[in-house]
Design a protein around this ligand. Structure first.
Ligand SMILES: NC(=O)c1ccc[n+]([C@@H]2O[C@H](COP(=O)([O-])OP(=O)(O)OC[C@H]3O[C@@H](n4cnc5c(N)ncnc54)[C@H](OP(=O)(O)O)[C@@H]3O)[C@@H](O)[C@H]2O)c1
Length: 377
């Protein structure tokens, strides 16, 4: 195998991996497309727009630390898309550590982020490497919006809402259901507080429609901001335009609490994955930017300040492909200014990430100063 490929896309037969490949090609970055089944990877790569002049190689590989370490040796960064991440991220992170490679993934699951930190956070920091989960639409964009608000001194509380329109992919549906049985948290008075279960609320969209939200696994933001001394409170919820999805989530939580939680882990996973197939049986068609649009709102407050950011974006999976490729390109040639487990904005800069999203036409942001000391009465 040629060693001249700095970036590895892992899970390369998947939907998100294809979009990462598309953006890496656009940026002229050579990559390895790796995964457990060569034929499926070949089929996925064959339909990547522009693939005819991409420089890449396909590698079939087993999901274990030894095989992954061998693959990663001599590379700079991995884009890990093999989810649900709670099940599969440890082997990948350990291989990164052994081979001296930076780790990116697309998880939004709090438990998967905490698991990475618990097992490898300190060692990554010692090795001068970064692990950056959530380098994805969820919840990279909402973090960018919050970071813009935090530029206003005195802000200490973040209330975030995501309003999305997406068809979940196979692994996304599994991941959403997986999150139902994991603990999730919000930040209240500097402490991470556990949600008792799915918490539904309401959000008013900019056009005045009211949608039911769910805590949707809590989002990565309370975890990131629990490590930011400026922030005391952080809570996020998500509303999907297709309001059937939160009902499905509630049904599954009920089934889990009443019937399933006593099953042994391997059986439980099988049953949950079977239920996920009811949400998404097969890989959905490529996203349409005319349909799949999202709004991410952050209202940030302090004693006498209030600032609101609103990000309008298009194509959550496309956006994820861009963020991954942009982050990989940065890490393949830069020494990151921070190490260990970090959020996307803290490694790459929220203004730089927003700049990338804007320049590809994927998102725009409005920041409104609602109240500040000294404003004319
Ligand atoms: N946060 C966000 O905004 C965001 C955006 C996009 C994706 N995601 C997350 O990213 C993950 C991937 O999503 P996707 O859309 O790419 O899903 P997908 O199309 O279903 O792809 C999943 C990939 O993982 C591989 N895989 C599954 N189990 C494996 C195992 N045991 N060993 C090795 N490889 C395995 C699959 O390989 P096979 O083809 O061989 O089965 C496939 O390549 C999901 O967890 C999703 O939630 C998050």
């Amino acid at each position: 195998m040629n060693t001249d490929y700095p970036v590895v896309i892992y899970g390369a037969s998947g939907y998100t991996a294809r979009l990462i490949a598309e953006h890496l090609r656009d940026m002229g970055v050579p990559f390895i497309a790796a995964g457990r089944n060569r034929k499926r990877i070949e089929e996925a790569m064959a339909i990547v727009p522009g693939i005819e002049n991409a420089r890449y190689e396909i590698v079939e590989i087993e999901h274990n630390v030894e095989a992954l370490t061998k693959l990663l040796t001599g590379r700079k960064v991995i884009c890990n898309t093999v989810g649900p991440f709670m099940r599969y991220n440890l082997e990948v992170a350990e291989a990164c550590l052994r081979s001296g490679v930076h780790y990116l993934d697309t998880t939004g699951e709090q438990s998967a982020i905490l698991q990475l930190d618990e097992h490898f956070g300190k060692e990554f920091a010692k090795a001068g490497l970064v692990m950056v989960p959530s380098t994805a639409y969820m919840y990279g964009l909402s973090e960018i919006g919050a970071q813009f608000c935090l530029e206003t001194p005195g802000v200490d509380s973040l209330r975030l809402h995501g309003i999305g329109n997406a068809v979940p992919t196979v692994a996304s549906a599994q991941t959403i259901l997986d999150a139902v049985r994991r603990p999730s948290y919000y930040l209240k008075d500097n402490e991470l507080v556990r949600y008792p279960g799915i918490e539904n609320g309401k959000v008013c969209t900019p056009s005045g429609e009211v949608l039911i939200t769910s805590n949707w696994g809590g989002s990565s933001n309370p975890i990131w901001f629990s490590r930011d001394g400026r922030v005391r409170n952080c809570k996020m919820d998500v509303a999907i335009w297709n309001q059937e999805l939160y009902k499905k989530e509630l049904e599954i939580e009920r089934a889990y609490k009443v019937q399933l939680q006593w099953l042994p882990e391997d059986q439980l996973t099988q049953v949950m994955d079977h239920m996920a197939k009811g949400v998404t049986p097969d890989t959905p068609p490529r996203e349409s930017r005319q349909v799949h649009r999202s709004i991410d709102i952050c209202l940030a407050t302090g004693n006498n300040v209030a600032v609101k950011s609103t990000i309008y974006s298009t194509g959550g999976y496309l956006t994820t492909g861009l963020l991954q490729a942009y982050a990989a390109r940065r890490l393949m040639s830069e020494t990151p200014r921070v190490t260990g487990l970090r959020s996307p904005s803290s490694v790459f800069g929220h203004r730089e990430l927003m700049g990338a999203l804007q320049s590809w036409g994927y998102a725009s942001i409005k920041v409104e100063q609602l109240a500040a000391p000294g404003q004319p009465l």
